[in-house]
Design a protein around this ligand. Structure first.
Ligand SMILES: C[S@@+](CC[C@H](N)C(=O)[O-])C[C@H]1O[C@@H](n2cnc3c(N)ncnc32)[C@H](O)[C@@H]1O
Length: 642
């Protein structure tokens, strides 16, 4: 029977698969460091395949920094850590679909790779900006031994290393680039095909971030650099120019996917333009002639043709008849030939939208543009790149925190309205929204608020390092020892507030808390080559003694690529606890010596996946029984053991 592997995916091997699918000739066999033959990429061949000219040098356009290769390798390196459920900190564990994950986001992103691959519609992050005063997480791969030895400053609750990245350090920019690069590489895999990423940043690393994002998401998937006015008064500490805005870089998974970013409903003056009406409702007239003279009979011959107007009804036809008599070409009043915006075929099929108006002796052709479309949706417009509304400035970020906590327990929280605006254009009603630098969980607040306002069921995933609060901070004085405590409490309080303001809304204000931890499995079990006989003798279980059924269940879900937000029920059958996730997505029993009656019960549920402890079966013949029972009762179930 197959074992669960409890290791994050080997991204190198998955990447080789992707290259092999596109360019099989670039795949070769090579000897690894351990002397074993393995598959690899022949980069010389690959380079040549991707170039029309002979490739003989190493020169190419590339953005690089000290440590880039190590950061790339780090993103691909599997880990055996897991997420352990923390029910006592969670809210509405049984019903919620939101997640709050405590830990270093690099590890969390690795752990989520299988379960959330291609499932996240929108990512918003507000990483440390590298101002010279920021603490950044000292990923193992960033430090030389020398740097390791000289103590780098702070530790978080779990003794994870945070160091103050001062701008006097030689690797000031490089370390930041490495930090963000490996995380974005992993985050990209989680995006849906119509996914979108918003990243807040200021001048310090904006250039570097843009280069990195161009590489990670593809330069062709860059959408815009929003200018967000967060400080209308201007920063008074600046020397020459008082900065009033920050940027938000926007990228999509696929620039051609029109579902990536939605328009916003028109309001105010834009609605006033719809000043005509008929039985279908308010509409405006838009000229059918393309005013751009670059589009003309030579460049667009299919769009240059005559239309015929019936002077009595003002209706328009592509064919001249006794009633459609007046010929009109798409020419300017002074005779320059341009073209129509619609092809003849469309003018015929959507003819009810076409009308003519006389100005002087000339006919002008228009199409009707209704405010409310036939499917009931109101006309939308593109969001503009300059965001200056008051409600998205920093004061509102602080105000939101103060309203909930009574004091400023978080420095520089983003305003909920800012993130709500992004979610309104970057997510659908049922989307998953991820923020892996979540701080005080403003993103969760914004998602709940938007759901309350538009009836959506968006789900959030917040990730945050349990970074210690400074003892002199207001947060610490208010009793919050680390930022995760602030984030979780923020969601509770914001959820209650939004619920009280929208009593009729069906809102999910709960969240399941998980914490990154070492594997549930004894080390020895996963490194059998290191197993020595004396250890074997003492080994009663391959599972660490402090781990519960729930720990094992969620590790199995992650390993098997099942979402950890799915519903979960449990039943006691013949003294054994049987877990059932999402009505049969996975059935598990982690008891020792599971009787056949329980296996029978599980197989009858016909789950997609079933999992047991290896030690659940006293002897090999019981394992064979299990296989047989499932084969008979539920042949499609995949059965594994841990
Ligand atoms: C600029 S703050 C985000 C503030 C947030 N947008 C808000 O409105 O409260 C960045 C956050 O990222 C967290 N962080 C930094 N490195 C991290 C890491 N490696 N993993 C998870 N969180 C991290 C920091 O603790 C900090 O709370």
């Amino acid at each position: 029977m197959e074992h669960m592997k409890f290791e994050t995916p080997d991204m190198v091997s998955e990447n080789i698969d992707k290259i092999a699918a596109l360019f099989p000739t670039a795949i070769t066999e090579m000897r690894g460091e351990d002397g074993e033959i393995k598959r690899g990429v022949n980069f010389e061949v690959l380079k040549q395949i991707l170039s029309r000219d002979v490739v003989d040098g190493d020169e190419c356009y590339e953005f690089t920094w000290v440590g880039k290769k190590a950061a790339m390798a780090e993103a691909s390196r599997p880990i055996t850590k897991t997420l352990r459920p923390v029910k006592e900190d969670s809210r509405n564990w049984d019903t919620t679909e939101n997640l709050y994950i405590e830990g270093d986001n690099l590890e969390v992103l690795k752990i989520l790779q299988e379960s959330y691959l291609g499932k996240v519609k929108m990512i918003y992050i507000d990483p440390p900006y590298n101002t010279g005063n920021d603490f950044i997480y000292a990923d193992d791969f960033m430090r030389t031994q020398e740097e390791e030895n000289e103590q780098m400053g702070m530790y978080d609750e779990d003794e994870n290393r945070l160091f103050k990245n001062a701008d006097t350090r030689g690797r000031f920019h490089s370390d930041w680039c490495s930090m963000i690069y490996s995380r974005l590489m992993l985050a990209r895999n989680l995006l849906t095909e119509d996914g979108v990423v918003f990243i807040s940043i200021d001048d310090n690393e904006e250039f570097n971030l843009k280069e990195i994002c161009d590489e990670v998401f593809g330069g062709g998937n860059f959408v815009a650099q929003l200018a967000v006015q967060l400080n209308p008064r201007g920063r008074n500490l600046d020397r020459y120019i008082a900065k009033t805005h920050e940027s938000v870089l926007v990228y999509v998974s696929d620039y051609l996917n029109t579902a990536s970013i939605l328009g916003i409903e028109k309001e105010g003056k834009m609605v006033d333009e719809y000043n005509k009406s008929d039985v279908r409702g308010a509409y405006r007239l838009i000229g059918l002639r393309n005013r751009n003279q670059a589009f003309n009979p030579i460049t667009r011959p299919n769009l240059y043709y005559p239309l015929y107007v019936d002077p009595n009804t003002k209706m328009v036809s592509t064919v001249k008849t006794d009633t459609f008599t007046d010929e009109v070409f798409p020419d300017t009043p002074d005779g320059i030939k341009t073209c129509w915006t619609w092809m003849k075929k469309k003018v015929d099929s959507e003819n009810h939208l076409i009308t003519a108006e006389r100005t002087g002796n000339e006919w002008r052709i228009f199409r009707k543009d209704y405010l409310v479309a036939e499917d009931g949706s109101t006309a939308t417009t593109l969001v503009k790149s300059l965001w200056t509304e008051n409600t998205i400035n920093n004061d509102y970020g602080k105000k939101a925190i103060k309203e909930l906590f009574g004091s400023n327990v978080m420095s520089f929280p983003k305003p909920p309205e800012l993130i709500k605006r992004m979610a309104a254009i970057g997510s659908g009603q049922d989307s998953i929204i991820l923020d892996f630098f979540s701080g005080s969980a403003t993103t969760a607040h914004a998602v709940m608020q938007l759901n309350a306002e538009d009836g959506g069921h968006r789900k959030f995933i917040m990730v945050q390092l349990p970074e210690k609060c400074d003892e002199s901070s207001e947060a610490y004085k208010a009793g919050y020892k680390n930022i995760c405590e602030i984030g979780k409490e923020r969601i509770r309080r914001a959820g209650d507030k939004i619920k009280s303001e929208h009593p009729d809304a069906k809102l999910d204000t709960g969240f399941r808390v998980f914490r990154v931890d070492e594997s549930n499995m004894e080390d020895i079990y996963y490194h059998p080559e290191e197993l020595i006989q004396t250890m074997l003798g003492g080994m009663v279980s391959n599972i660490k003694p402090d781990r519960t059924d729930l720990d094992l269940l969620y590790a199995c879900l992650l390993d098997w690529g099942v979402e950890i937000s799915l519903s979960h029920t449990q039943a006691v059958i013949d003294g054994c606890t049987v877990h059932n996730v999402d009505n049969g997505a996975l059935c598990a029993c982690f008891d020792e010596r599971v009787p056949l009656s329980v296996i029978d019960y599980m197989a009858k549920q016909q789950p997609l996946r079933a999992v047991f402890r290896d030690s659940s079966f006293a002897a090999d013949d019981s394992k064979i029984n299990v296989t047989e029972i499932f084969k008979n009762l539920s042949p499609d179930t995949k059965v594994k053991v841990i």
